[in-house]
Design a protein around this ligand. Structure first.
Ligand code: ATP
Ligand code: MG
Length: 332
């Protein structure tokens, strides 16, 4: 089976419905056709300031939600980046074959550092794409499923793989970026022209996997719609109703036009009740399972240790190859 690798930042306290339907559900699907590796990039997280206790808590919480959402730790490899030291070790070697100008052209650094000012941005943030290249190349995957915003970083990983192979002999697989087709895109309940987002949405705009079902139902029932009465799919003029229809369609597997037919003559309230029911019945088991996992941190940590051990089996082989090729004396 071809190998793929994906990671998602441990930002925020809970994944939201967009993270779940737009990303996690797709990850879960890849597990059967690919040898899938999923990691929580805590080393990337500290390229901006983090509260240590909070980072630890969120790392566990993110892992628990992945598992509860369907990542199977036997089928796939789930691990925390900092548990596999080869990521940092390979990153150093790759840093030494990356041009300063080349790294300077990465647009995410320009965007992120622009916010706080270049002088405030860390060298870690600057070299983030090189660590990401290490994350990828260590596992010699055929593909990296990423959003369009990560295209440039995967391109760097490809360039570094080719450069290393050229300079030191064939070592890395040159990975393809599997640019993901826009998965289900979920919009903010209160501002349905903007995507649901951990950082940009207010609490009432979000559907969180870990919220109490009553809160979730209430938020959906209070979702912004429009002054009309007809349930129709029209992103332009009825963004709120369209968002609800899309959510229901994704959860039930029914096509949007079919739903529109079913709701003919019904009121927005009917649709909201059904969306709330569908959402709650899908996410409630995930919430319960997440809380169970968090209740037993030792068990969760053991699952993550198991994942890290599986990841290291692959990573250590690649790193040993790299160290030998660049001329490091083996420590006997
Ligand atoms: P932030 O506001 O911090 O950027 P976010 O809510 O956008 O957070 P990310 O951590 O950036 O979430 O994204 C994690 C994954 O979830 C990505 O694969 C992203 O494409 C997906 N995703 C995020 N928001 C949505 C959404 N509203 N609909 C569908 N997919 C989404
Ligand atoms: Mg985002």
């Amino acid at each position: 089976r071809p190998r793929v690798l994906s990671g998602m930042q441990p930002s925020g306290d809970s994944l939201h419905l967009g993270n779940y339907l737009g990303a996690l559900v797709n990850w879960v699907k890849t597990q059967d056709d690919y040898q899938a590796l999923f990691f929580i990039p805590d080393m990337h997280a500290i390229t901006v300031t983090q509260d240590p206790e909070e980072l630890r808590r969120r790392t566990r919480k993110t892992a628990a939600q992945y598992i509860a959402g369907g990542i199977d730790v036997e089928k796939s490899t789930l691990f925390v980046q900092s548990h596999v030291p080869e990521h940092a070790q390979l990153a150093w070697v790759l840093n030494c074959i990356t041009g300063f100008g080349e790294a300077s052209r990465m647009t995410q650094f320009k965007d992120k550092s622009a916010k706080g000012g270049q002088d405030m941005a860390s060298v870690g943030l600057f070299t983030y794409p090189v660590l990401m290249a290490a994350d990828i190349l260590l596992y010699r995957p055929q593909g990296v499923p990423v959003g369009d915003d990560q295209r440039q970083h995967v391109e760097l990983a490809r360039d570094l793989a080719k450069r290393f192979n050229h300079r030191f002999g064939d070592t890395f697989t040159v990975p393809e970026a599997f640019i993901q087709k826009e998965g289900a895109r979920i919009y903010d309940l209160q501002n349905p022209t903007a995507k649901m987002s951990k950082s940009a949405s207010g609490p009432n705009g979000l559907i969180n996997l870990l919220d109490d079902p009553k809160v979730t139902a209430k938020r959906i029932k209070s979702a912004v719609t429009d002054t009309g009465t007809v349930i129709a799919h029209d992103r332009e003029n009825k963004p709120g109703v369209s968002n609800l229809l899309e959510i229901l369609s994704t959860l039930t597997g029914k096509a949007v036009p079919t739903l529109v037919e079913e709701y003919e003559g019904k009121m927005y309230g009917h649709l909201k009740v059904d969306v709330a029911d569908a959402v709650v019945s899908r996410i409630e088991p995930i919430r319960k399972r997440t809380l169970e996992l968090l209740d037993d941190p030792a068990e969760l940590d053991a699952l993550l240790a198991h994942g890290a051990a599986k990841a290291r089996e692959i990573a250590a082989v690649t790193l040993a190859d790299v160290y030998a090729k660049v001329g490091f004396l083996p420590p006997v």
